[in-house]
Design a protein around this ligand. Structure first.
Ligand SMILES: Cc1cc2nc3c(=O)[nH]c(=O)nc-3n(C[C@H](O)[C@H](O)[C@H](O)COP(=O)(O)OP(=O)(O)OC[C@H]3O[C@@H](n4cnc5c(N)ncnc54)[C@H](O)[C@@H]3O)c2cc1C
Length: 467
């Protein structure tokens, strides 16, 4: 009994000591704010950590990493909390919650922005837009810069300016041993290679330095077509997007039209196909560039036009608030064959719920100008990243939407390039992680062995340390 009391007392002392080293709050079950802090974007995730360290600076991160290592706790790192499988949180262990680290600094003359690890895409756009500048990121503005960047970063500017990692100039990181390093092309170049696609495997990124580009008002937005036109549209889109100037981006999707303005009432709750465009070239040329699609496959709804960059970036935020149930499947594709189109038509017509969707993101153009082994992100020759997501507010629909997503993916997978995008996978095991990195996996495993030999950072799409 005395032994047990001593153990409890020691643990309490240790926790109090950690709290005393943090400038941010340390939360435990029962504390005010704990229940709020454990909620992540995917409502399917229900994990309860023993400790949540709400870090506000690098010193807090160092203290929390050291504590987790010394006490052999499971350690999760939370950026924006958007991971499908809930990799920003864990059961029982310690969560480093970066959501308090929101600092940003734009350098307009160098055209760079330094972004702390807890920022969202929308917050980054907010900081850079007044300067008429932006860096490529993703499609929903509440997503974390942290996880999105570390996995690659596919978005509206991929064809034009590459993945988010192709615009990353350096990172500040806290490693598993508690040390602080800067990784860039000049410093710790192996680590910089690994974090450009290798996820949160190598440490806690406390800040990212990005190259910015003159992006302010673009020409974009959705066009919608009836499902009957899906085959013609997919073929047109495939040939168009593989050949048009790189300033044109446009992802294809199967969607259900939300029952609300600005969508015309006759289409409410109809399953349709969509292309959401983003053209970042000279606005006066936009009408000419979009004339072929408007002439050959006229859309039933056409919202494409000049739009401020942050508005396009957050167009779908209201449709996808936090807390919905999400189930993800993903694959890369080099082509979109007739047989694949046939399968898309079959499963696209069966979207199981209003929020469920399938997207094909074009990743040719600038993404192809970086070699398959130049960064950890491997599928550089793929032309499309595909994602199938079952989404709904009601957990009662989970079984149905998960089955649809799995069936759709199983049918399409034989026509894929063989692996998926780590940021759009669920917790699918080591083989799928290896398939996502292909030949880059062995080098990632070696770098992991150098920087995190005991796999402290394992709540992620995990790379096994191997010498
Ligand atoms: C609605 C929605 C839209 C999306 N759209 C896109 C898109 O357009 N393009 C795209 O490429 N992806 C997209 N994604 C996928 C997204 O990139 C991943 O879910 C990503 O992991 C989210 O990052 P996060 O920081 O928000 O997540 P978190 O759950 O906080 O973290 C995800 C993983 O990254 C690690 N991590 C996060 N921040 C850090 C850090 N600073 N240092 C070390 N490790 C860290 C975590 O430990 C965890 O393993 C989308 C996801 C959602 C839910």
């Amino acid at each position: 009994m005395a032994q047990q009391n001593t153990t409890v007392a020691l643990e309490e002392t240790a926790v109090q000591e950690l709290a005393s080293h943090l400038r941010g709050a340390l939360l435990r079950p029962g504390d005010a704010g704990y229940e709020q802090a454990l909620r992540v974007y995917n409502g399917m995730i229900d994990k309860r950590p023993a400790l949540i360290a709400h870090c506000v600076d690098v010193a807090d991160v160092i203290a929390a990493v050291n504590f987790a290592r010394e006490h052999e706790l499971t350690l999760a790192v939370r950026g924006g909390g958007h991971s499908g499988p809930g990799l920003g949180i864990c059961d029982d262990g310690l969560v480093i919650d970066l959501s308090g680290m929101k600092g940003m600094r734009v350098d307009p003359s160098a055209r760079t922005v330094r972004v702390e690890g807890g920022c969202t895409l929308g917050e980054m756009d907010h900081a850079t837009h007044p300067f008429g500048l932006a860096t490529p990121s993703g499609f929903i503005s509440t997503t974390g810069v942290g996880g999105l960047t570390l996995g690659g970063g596919i978005g509206y500017l991929s064809r034009t300016l590459g993945l988010t990692i192709d615009n990353l100039l350096g990172v500040d990181m806290v490693l598993a041993d508690g040390s602080f390093v800067t990784a860039s092309a000049e410093d710790h170049a192996d680590l910089f290679w690994a974090v450009r696609g290798g996820g949160g495997n190598f440490g806690v990124v406390t800040s990212f330095l990005f190259q910015l580009h003159p992006i302010s008002t673009v020409y974009g937005g959705p066009m919608l077509w009836p499902l009957e036109q899906a085959a013609d549209l997919m073929k047109f889109w495939r040939d168009f997007i593989l050949n048009v100037p790189e300033e044109i981006n446009g992802w294809f999707g199967f969607v259900t039209v939300p029952p609300a303005p600005p969508f015309p009432e006759q289409f409410h709750l109809q399953k349709m196909c969509a292309i959401v465009w983003c053209y970042s070239g000279a606005l006066e040329q936009a009408d000419t560039l979009f004339q072929p699609i408007r002439a050959k496959v006229p859309p039933a709804v056409d919202f494409a036009g000049p739009i401020p960059w942050p508005v396009l970036q957050s167009l779908f935020d209201a449709l996808y608030p936090p807390g919905l149930q999400w189930y993800w499947k993903t694959d890369f594709f080099t082509d979109l064959s007739e047989k694949a189109i046939e399968l898309h038509l079959k499963y696209g017509a069966q979207l199981p719920t209003m929020h469920s969707t399938m997207h094909l993101y074009p990743i040719n153009g600038a993404v192809h100008r970086v070699g398959t082994s130049d960064t950890a992100f491997s599928f550089r020759e793929a032309n499309f990243a595909g994602v199938i997501v079952g989404v709904d507010p009601d957990p009662a629909n989970n079984a149905r939407m998960i089955q649809w997503a799995r069936d759709y993916w199983m049918a399409l997978h034989p026509y894929s390039a063989g692996g998926g995008y780590v940021n759009m996978m669920m917790d699918e095991g080591a083989d799928n992680v290896k398939a996502a990195y292909r030949d880059n996996y062995a080098r990632l495993a070696q770098i992991k062995a150098t920087y995190d030999p005991s796999n402290l950072f394992h709540v992620n799409q995990n790379i096994t340390p191997t010498r």
